[in-house]
Design a protein around this ligand. Structure first.
Ligand SMILES: Cc1cc2nc3c(=O)[nH]c(=O)nc-3n(C[C@H](O)[C@H](O)[C@H](O)COP(=O)(O)OP(=O)(O)OC[C@H]3O[C@@H](n4cnc5c(N)ncnc54)[C@H](O)[C@@H]3O)c2cc1C
Length: 298
């Protein structure tokens, strides 16, 4: 199997880059995502990841895209795996389906409740937290397992220390690595890494990088995940409110500076939220190509 590599083996190397894509809503979007994947694949990333809509709303499309990445593009793929809506038998079924398609890695998540449901309710015969899902997957499957980490804390939990302890639980339950929520101020990741070190957590920490290209994205992020937005970032995007090209260039430059800063501090693993677009992520990595000798730029 071409994609039989497991996450835990990937991290034996130096710098790593992965790309996140999401299942689009429209047929036109489907065409775009496959073009994007083909172009991103040309850069030789370590893996792709494919998101899974809240409540399983994109289950079929997510599986189709993850399977195409694995079996047609022949690149390692991590399937996001949320369990907020699933019972234990359904989790097993989904796991088997992924393995049947040769998808050997998951990002194990509790997930958010489906839109309109309000607060999260543990499903019948299901899981209340991602740590329980990780333990269950470990027990029943040999797939590689990543989990989500929140450098600024998860928005549902006002107690940041308690939230951090639950992250450690996910690793103790068997996770092979942590992919972070996006952040726009590197200080959060530095402090997060220090805490992980103090807690003796040794699995790789993968920095989630979101290259901004418009103000709408920033408003959505600020309202959904409540990330801190440095005034310099907001002001820079606002300055170019009527000039989309310059606004995207500003977002690109900001991400270059952010990744460069993290590289200089010794961080080596980066996960790009591509928003199913190619050029901006490519431009960021091209500007930093000396740090990523294994990436290819035609
Ligand atoms: C990299 C990344 C990718 C993502 N991809 C997707 C996706 O594809 N689809 C999607 O729908 N969502 C996705 N999400 C969002 C994620 O599903 C939500 O943030 C969700 O609310 C939490 O999922 P989790 O796995 O982090 O949950 P958990 O780790 O279970 O944490 C959820 C909350 O419960 C608390 N908690 C955990 N364990 C305990 C415990 N034992 N006792 C009490 N409280 C506890 C935590 O502090 C936290 O507030 C992603 C997030 C990230 C960072």
């Amino acid at each position: 199997m071409p994609n039989a590599r497991k996450i835990q083996n990937l991290y034996a190397y130096n710098t790593h880059v992965s790309f996140e894509v999401f299942p689009p809503k429209t047929n036109q979007g489907l065409k775009q995502i496959y073009q994007t994947i083909a172009r991103l694949k040309g850069m030789s990333p370590d893996f792709f990841s494919v998101t899974y809509g809240a409540g399983g709303s994109t289950a079929e499309k997510s599986l189709d895209i993850a399977s195409a990445i694995t079996n047609l593009a022949q690149v390692t793929c991590v399937a996001h795996f949320t369990c907020a809506h699933l019972s234990r038998p359904q989790v097993l079924e989904l796991l088997q389906s992924l393995e049947f398609h040769g998808i050997n890695n998951v990002l194990a998540l509790r997930g958010d409740p489906p839109q309109g449901q309000g607060t999260f309710v543990r499903p019948q015969d299901g899981f209340g937290y991602a740590s329980e899902l990780v333990a269950f997957i470990r027990e029943h499957s040999k797939v590689g397992i990543l989990v989500a980490g929140y450098p600024e804390g998860h928005m549902e939990n006002p107690d940041k220390e308690d939230d951090f302890r639950h992250l450690v639980q996910k690793v103790e339950a068997g996770a092979d690595g942590i992919v972070t929520q996006l952040f726009f101020d590197n200080r959060f990741l530095v402090e997060f890494k220090e805490k992980l070190d103090r807690a003796g957590v040794q699995v790789p920490l993968v920095a989630g990088i979101f290259p901004l290209s418009n103000l709408k994205q920033l408003d959505r992020i600020a309202s959904m995940s409540k990330n801190y937005v440095p005034p310099r970032l907001k002001a820079g995007l606002e300055k170019w409110a009527n000039d989309p090209e310059s606004m995207e260039q500003f977002g690109t430059d900001y991400a270059i500076e952010q990744v460069q800063g993290l590289l200089d501090l010794g961080f080596r693993d980066f996960h790009f939220y591509t928003m199913n677009r190619y050029q901006q992520t490519r431009n960021i990595l091209f500007a930093l190509k000396d740090y990523f000798p294994r990436l290819k730029f035609d």
